[in-house]
Design a protein around this ligand. Structure first.
Ligand code: FUL
Length: 486
C-alpha cells in the first residue's frame, strides 16, 4: 500500500478541477432576438435593429458577483450569425448597428466588466450560422468559423470557457455543413490552453442532456471513450451517459447543467412575470451543484441591454437563500471517528471531514472500500440538509453511500443514495441526533472524503425532499405558461 491513496481512474486536469469548484456560472443570451421578439433569429435581421438603449455589461457582472456566480458566458454569436463584436470576417455585426454609432464592441465591454467585478469571462460561439453564405460549403465555412474563434481568443485576454452548441443544418447551397470539430477544439487549445471547452460530450466538460438544469442521480464525472459521442449526435445510450456519466469511465468530463431563468433563452416582454422564483432556483441548485454538476443559469438582457429587475431580484434572493441555508454547519470542527483510517495516520484522520479545509480528507486503507465516518455533534441537533464532498483530485470513487443517526442504541438509516463527487446535497425531513454517520456502502477504490456538513433551514421545502413532488413541480413549472416564443 502506498502512503497516499493512488489516484483512481480518470482524473480532472487543473483547469477542470478549478472549473468544477466554481459551482455557479451565469449565461447571457443577447443578440438581435429581443428586438424581434424571437428565440431563434433566421439571419435575415437587419443589424440596424440591434439598438440597446441603456446597455450595461457592468450591471450583468455586478449582479453575477452579488449573486455568487464566478464565471459568465456571453453569446458572442448565436444561430442568427449576428456578431456582438466587430468581426473582420462579416458585415453582419454590431459595427453595422446604431449601437455606439457602429463603434461598439460588446465582447470587449463584457470581458472588461467581468474582470472589473472578479468574474471569469467565457464565450459562446454558435457553429450553426443562419446568415453566413458559406455555411454548408464545409471547408469555407470552417475557415470562417476558425477565423472568428481566433479573433475571440486573441483579442480579449484570457477566455475561461468556450461554449459550443452542437446544432447543425444545411446551408444556402442545400448541403449539410460538416464541422471540423478537431480543428475547432485545437484552435482553442492553441490560443487558450486554460479555457474549458463545453460541447455535448466535451472535450472538457459535458452537457447534462437536458436544458432544465438538473443532473442525473447517480452522477459520475467520467464517461467512456468508447461512447464515441460527437457534438450534435445523440443516441439513448449517449444521452444516458451525458446525464449520469459512466461509472469508472476513462474520460473525466464533469457535467454542466444549463437552464434559463425564463421560459426562453432570450428576453421577451411577455415573460417578465414568468421568471423562476428564488425557491425554484434553490431547488435547481440542489439538483445540479448538489449532484456533482455546475449550474449555468441564463439571464437574458432586455432591449435596454440590462438584466430585467424581476430577474435581478430573483437571482439575488436565490443567493441570499443559499447563504442562509448554509450559514451554520453543525458538524464544523466537531470530533469524528471512523471504522478505518489509512495507515492509522492523522494525515488521513476522520476529523478532516469536519475541519473545513478545502483539501484535507479522510481515507481508508487500499483494501477497505466500505466503512463509516461518525461525527459527534456534542448535543442533539435538528438538521434537514446534508452536504458531502469527495476529494476528486484523486478521482471519483463512491458509488453508494448512506446516512445513519443514533437513536437510543440503534442506528437508523435516514438517507440511502449513490454517488458523491465534488458535491452531494441531500434535503431530508428534519432529523434530530447527536451522533451521525456517513457510511460508504460501495466504492471503486478506498474512499477519500473531504467533507460532511449538516444544516437546518426552513427554506428546504418538501419538493426538494420528495422526488415525486420534485418531478411534478418540474413538469408543471411552465404548465400555465404561454407557449415559448420561437
Ligand atoms: C440551444 C440553442 O438552440 C438555444 O438557443 C440556447 O442557446 C441553448 C443554450 O442551446 O441548443
Amino acid at each position: 500500500m502506498s502512503y497516499q491513496p493512488l489516484p483512481y481512474g480518470a482524473l480532472p486536469s487543473a483547469a477542470q478541477l478549478n472549473w468544477q469548484r466554481l459551482e455557479r456560472s451565469l449565461f447571457v443570451h443577447f443578440t438581435v432576438n429581443p428586438f424581434t421578439n424571437r428565440e431563434w433569429g433566421d439571419g435575415t435581421e437587419d443589424p440596424k435593429i440591434f439598438n440597446p438603449t441603456d446597455c450595461d455589461p457592468r450591471q450583468w457582472a455586478r449582479v453575477a458577483r452579488d449573486a455568487g456566480f464566478k464565471l459568465m458566458v456571453l453569446t458572442a454569436k448565436h444561430h442568427d450569425g449576428f456578431c456582438l463584436w466587430p468581426s473582420k470576417f462579416t458585415d453582419h455585426s454590431i459595427k453595422n448597428s446604431p449601437y455606439r454609432n457602429g463603434k461598439g464592441d460588446l465582447v470587449r465591454e463584457f470581458v472588461d466588466a467581468c474582470r472589473e467585478f472578479g468574474i471569469l469571462p467565457g464565450l459562446y460561439l454558435s457553429p450553426w450560422d443562419r446568415h453566413e453564405k458559406s455555411y454548408g460549403d464545409s471547408d469555407r465555412y470552417n475557415d470562417y468559423f476558425v477565423n472568428q474563434l481566433t479573433e475571440l481568443l486573441t483579442q480579449y485576454g484570457t477566455i475561461h470557457e468556450m461554449w459550443f452548441d452542437g446544432a447543425c443544418a444545411e446551408g444556402p447551397n442545400g448541403k449539410r455543413q460538416v464541422y471540423d470539430w478537431p480543428r475547432f477544439f485545437g484552435t482553442v487549445r492553441h490560443f487558450a490552453p486554460e479555457a474549458i471547452m463545453f460541447s455535448d460530450a466535451g472535450p472538457d466538460v459535458r452537457w447534462v442532456a437536458n436544458e432544465r438544469g438538473f443532473a442525473g442521480d447517480p452522477c459520475w464525472s467520467t464517461i467512456e471513450s468508447s461512447l464515441g459521442a460527437k457534438p450534435g449526435e445523440f443516441s439513448d445510450r449517449i444521452r444516458d451517459s451525458l446525464h449520469h456519466g459512466d461509472r469508472g469511465g476513462d474520460l473525466w468530463r464533469p457535467p454542466e447543467s444549463d437552464v434559463s431563468i425564463r421560459h426562453g433563452w432570450f428576453w421577451h416582454e411577455a415573460e417578465n412575470n414568468r421568471v423562476r422564483t428564488p425557491e425554484h432556483l434553490v431547488d435547481l441548485y440542489f439538483r445540479s451543484v448538489g449532484r456533482n454538476s455546475l449550474i449555468l443559469l441564463n439571464i437574458p438582457p432586455d432591449t435596454r441591454g440590462r438584466f430585467h429587475e424581476n430577474d435581478v431580484a430573483s437571482v439575488l434572493k436565490f443567493n441570499q437563500n443559499l447563504q442562509s441555508i448554509f450559514a451554520h454547519d453543525f458538524a464544523a470542527g466537531r470530533p469524528a471517528t471512523a471504522s478505518n483510517v489509512r495507515a492509522s495516520d492523522t494525515v488521513f484522520a476522520a476529523s478532516h471531514v469536519t475541519d473545513n479545509h478545502p483539501e484535507s480528507y479522510w481515507a481508508t486503507d487500499d483494501s477497505v472500500t466500505t466503512g463509516w465516518v461518525e461525527i459527534d455533534l456534542g448535543s442533539p441537533h435538528t438538521f434537514n440538509i446534508i452536504c458531502l464532498q469527495e476529494q476528486i483530485r484523486l478521482g471519483q470513487r463512491v458509488a453508494k453511500h448512506s446516512i445513519q443517526i443514533l437513536e437510543g442504541t440503534t442506528w437508523r438509516t435516514i438517507v440511502s443514495s449513490t454517488t458523491i463527487g465534488h458535491k452531494r446535497l441531500h434535503g431530508i425531513a428534519p432529523a434530530t441526533a447527536q451522533r451521525v454517520r456517513l457510511s460508504i456502502d460501495e466504492s471503486l477504490a478506498c474512499p477519500t472524503i473531504l467533507r460532511v456538513s449538516l444544516y437546518h433551514s426552513d427554506l428546504v421545502t418538501n419538493e426538494m425532499i420528495d422526488e415525486t413532488l420534485m418531478k411534478k413541480r418540474e413538469d408543471n413549472i411552465w404548465a400555465d405558461d404561454v407557449p415559448p416564443v420561437t
